[in-house]
Design a protein around this ligand. Structure first.
Ligand code: NAD
Ligand code: UDX
Length: 491
């Protein structure tokens, strides 16, 4: 079989960019991305795409209407496709068995059921979503139990490793593409078909093939390893603050060991994003179900340190501001979980903002992209609503009206910081490093504080201007006053 048509179920942060790049690199293949959300599909077909991702607009512009289509006609796209990616969301379960830890596979199951209902001929079904180990078996069970004559399936696992903010570059120059399949003639043939798609632009040596379960587990393992590095350096940032060591210097020295390497050693207010926490919790749950409590406890610590880091940073802001932020004006710079994305899922900014709101602070929030790009805005017809939606979510508050009254969303950093007691940097947007802090200082209430949760600002310059500066993993001093965050270290 030669793959001529691909359907992708799920037009989200993964389905959209991944299929846009496949369309770009495979002009001989027609790619249709489908979603049950009419609003999302309308945005993919508009000038303002539903997600902000550097380089994405250009790729979509080149292919849309030629060999790349976005549609809500799920059944037709499935019927016509030779290969179907399942790229739906797999959030953490919020109720029932495994609540708060297990992955909720209801969207994967619903995608499998639609395929079973409408498929004709032979289909290669590819798990693109991040799933628990052996999820392919559950998908196959749904497909087989509903199989009609003349229909056959092969299931592959092809997890996605892109990072938001760099998705297009990650897809174009992937370190590796991982494809897992059944070790049978039919399974190997399906693996080869998918390899052929990626070989349009990925060197074969970078396409790894494994058994299905290894592929599924490798995705969880990769995210767990990456998050573990961040929690490791964040745990050491607390030691640095208590001792006078500098976490950037420690990270640099440790990362120069070629066995360790320098990446993912940037201490921060904590990791966020839709993947790390969800996937580690999923891994922890799987280990518990497999009666491997020691392994579960090991990975749980990665999450626990992340919670500790977010709480530690939030507590230090309050403590530094004379132990009360009630009615204080505080600017939050950055609300996305990292730079170059408008995504706020599990953003550490939510934790920091919630803590400050609980203490009675008035928040002035600015983010360069969350403000503008927001899928939910279409439902509420309000710009800026993602931030409000996050902070008034029932998990965050049971007093949404009070929260709304305590938040102002700004369209630039100067207006957000004007008249405030403190600035809290939650996202490492490049534009924050280029701000005129002299001007900002003049318009703030004194003493003016900066809490740099991303270690991106020039702290010495800020201190010279007059700011009281706090950051992660480094003791700050001004006029000889030790502004250590930790318990004073005594030998
Ligand atoms: P997302 O929430 O942005 O998109 C998922 C889309 O699937 C939504 O638009 C939803 O409407 C649609 N959908 C759900 N059920 C459907 C159905 N039955 N029929 C049609 N459409 C349906 O999610 P995402 O961030 O793209 O993540 C998708 C998967 O990829 C998840 O498993 C995630 O863990 C994994 N992943 C995400 C990233 C990332 O950076 N976001 C990276 C790697 C892997
Ligand atoms: C992650 C994985 O990197 C990617 O391979 C997977 O496919 C999806 O999950 P993503 O969540 O998009 O990607 O972004 P990532 O760059 O990994 O950052 C995650 C969080 O960790 C962000 O909040 C980021 O600011 C934080 N981080 C990252 C640090 O705090 N320090 C670092 O050194 C690196």
């Amino acid at each position: 079989m030669v793959i001529k048509k691909i359907c992708c179920i799920g037009a989200g942060y993964v389905g959209g960019p991944t299929c846009s790049v496949i369309a770009l690199k495979c002009p001989d293949i027609t790619v249709t991305v489908v979603d049950k959300s009419k609003e999302r599909i309308a945005q993919w077909n508009s000038e303002k795409l539903p997600i902000y991702e550097p380089g994405l607009d250009e790729v979509v512009r080149q292919c849309r209407g030629i060999n790349l289509f976005f549609s809500t006609n799920i059944a037709t796209a499935i019927k016509e496709a030779d290969l179907i990616f399942i790229s739906v969301n797999t959030p953490t379960k919020t109720f029932g068995n495994g609540k708060g830890r297990a992955a909720d596979l209801k969207y994967v199951e619903s995608a499998a059921r639609i395929i079973a209902d409408v498929a004709t001929g032979h289909k290669i079904v590819v798990e693109k979503s991040t799933v628990p180990v052996r999820a392919a078996e559950s998908i196959m069970n749904v497909l087989r139990a509903n199989q009609r004559s003349g229909v056959s399936y092969q299931i592959l696992s092809n997890p996605e490793f892109l990072s938001e903010g760099t998705a297009i570059d990650n897809l174009l120059n992937a370190d590796r593409v991982l494809i897992g399949g059944e070790d049978t003639n039919e399974g190997n043939a399906a693996v080869e078909e998918l390899c052929w798609v990626y070989e349009h632009w990925i060197p074969r040596i970078n396409i790894i093939t494994t058994n299905t379960w290894s592929s599924e587990l490798s995705k969880l393992a990769a995210n767990a390893f990456l998050a573990q590095r961040i929690s490791s350096i964040n745990s050491l940032s607390a030691v640095c603050e208590a001792t006078g060591a500098n976490v950037s210097e420690v990270a640099m020295a440790v990362g120069r060991d070629s066995r360790i390497g320098p990446k993912f050693l940037q201490a921060s207010v904590g990791f966020g994003g839709s993947c790390f926490q969800k996937d580690i919790l999923n891994l922890v749950y799987i280990c518990e179900c497999l009666n491997l409590p020691e392994v579960a406890a090991y990975w749980q610590q990665v999450i626990d340190i992340n919670e500790y880091q977010k709480s530690r940073f939030s507590a230090k802001i309050i403590e530094s501001l004379f132990n009360t932020v009630t009615d204080k004006q505080i600017a939050i710079l950055g609300f996305a979980f990292k730079k170059d994305t408008g995504d706020t899922r599990e953003s550490p900014a939510i934790h920091v903002a919630k803590t400050l709101l609980d203490e009675g602070a008035k928040l002035h929030i600015y983010d360069p992209k969350v403000v503008i790009f927001n899928i939910s805005c279409y439902y509420f017809n309000v710009e800026n609503c993602q931030i409000l939606e996050d902070l008034t979510h029932p998990y965050i508050t049971d007093e949404p009206e009070n929260v709304k009254d305590s938040i102002t969303i700004h369209s630039n950093a100067y207006s957000a910081t004007s008249g405030t007691h403190a600035i809290v940097v939650c996202t490492e947007w490049d534009e924050f490093t280029a701000l005129d802090f002299q001007k900002i200082y003049k318009n703030m209430i004194k003493p003016a504080y900066v809490f740099d949760g991303r270690m991106i600002l020039n702290h010495e310059e800020l201190a010279k201007i007059g700011f009281v500066v706090h950051t992660i993993g480094k003791r700050m001093s001004r006029t000889g006053i030790n502004r250590s965050w930790g318990t004073p270290y005594r030998v």
